[in-house]
Design a protein around this ligand. Sequence first.
Ligand code: CDP
Length: 220
Amino acid sequence: MDHNKYIILAIDGAAGSGKSTTSKLLCEKFNYIHVDTGLHYRSLCCFFKNNYISADGVNDYLSFNSISLSSAIEGSNLFFLINGIRFSLNDLRNEEINKEVSYYARLPRLRSLLLSYQRNLPTVGKSKGFSGIVVDGRDIGSVVFPNADLKFFLHADLHIRQKRRIVDGERDSISGRDKLDRNRKVAPLSCPVGATSIDTGSLSVEEVIDLISNEILSIK
Ligand code: CDP
């Protein structure tokens, strides 16, 4: 056993399945860095919308313009910048972005742009002294890190997930977004091969953290 092994942990799941809460608590507990890849897609959506580029216009835009992707670390979060700009959570988590993000996220060109950026993030976390990285999203265990040390797929009944969004104070038509994310051609939302599936609707947050912690401890 290698107690100093740098762990890559993939957490996938649909909207409101509990990915962020789970990832944040695990990062605090194990000195891991957290990457919320949903914010990558939200930032790209916001960037293009600010430049009046619809999802249909993205390929043309990228044929004539390059964009630079970079990172900033704050506490145990690794944030995403486009052309040096970091969007605020208010810019990224609102009804308008919720409605449109999946139309941008289904574009193969944007996904491949992010793929090479995302695959380099464990190196960034390691160089900053973190003991591992938790990456959450829709395609992390399936496409971005198919060889992750541990993979989890969180799910819960639609009504439970909808209720969570209302408690968060967010207007979000998650069933429409789920449909687009599950049915796109490239990297659709699905339970990755080898992932442990967890029903967060039937467990408390503490129980989910205990379950994942036990798996982490078992490979350390
Ligand atoms: O927080 P929530 O689960 O509602 O969504 P999010 O994780 O912020 O992701 C927003 C959107 O980004 C998703 O609905 C997907 O369309 C897209 N996404 C993706 O395609 N692949 C990822 N790895 C992460 C997010």
